[in-house]
Design a binder for this molecule. Structure first.
Ligand SMILES: [Zn+2]
Length: 101
């Protein structure tokens, strides 16, 4: 069973977020990948669970700003397209690791 507790969160690059987990696994997302995964109510229909935001519309050079913790369980940030309502929980980020879990 994989761990979902981050040890190190690196957000110095505005186009990349890196997380090192307590089991030693490392996850890296581009800001564009995170934007495309955004699970908020604007991007995903709350009733149907169907994604209404088109991930293909995200420019590859999208940047994240003001990346910060939400309590002890999640991250939130403002993207350079102005979107800022996404809350990315650590289990969600681990589950959607682009390099595989
Ligand atoms: Zn969203």
């Amino acid at each position: 069973m994989s761990s979902t507790t981050p040890v190190v969160i690196t957000r110095s690059d505005p186009k990349r977020l890196e997380i090192e987990w307590d089991d030693g696994h490392k996850t890296s997302f581009t800001a564009a990948e995170l934007r495309g995964l955004c699970p908020c109510a604007v991007c995903v229909n709350e009733l149907s669970g169907v994604r209404v935001h088109d991930a293909r519309s995200v420019p590859a050079d999208l940047e994240q700003r003001d990346t910060r913790m939400v309590g002890h369980y999640a991250l939130t940030m403002t993207f350079s397209d102005g979107h800022h309502t996404g809350i990315f929980t650590f289990p969600f980020l681990r589950k959607h690791d682009p390099q595989g879990v």
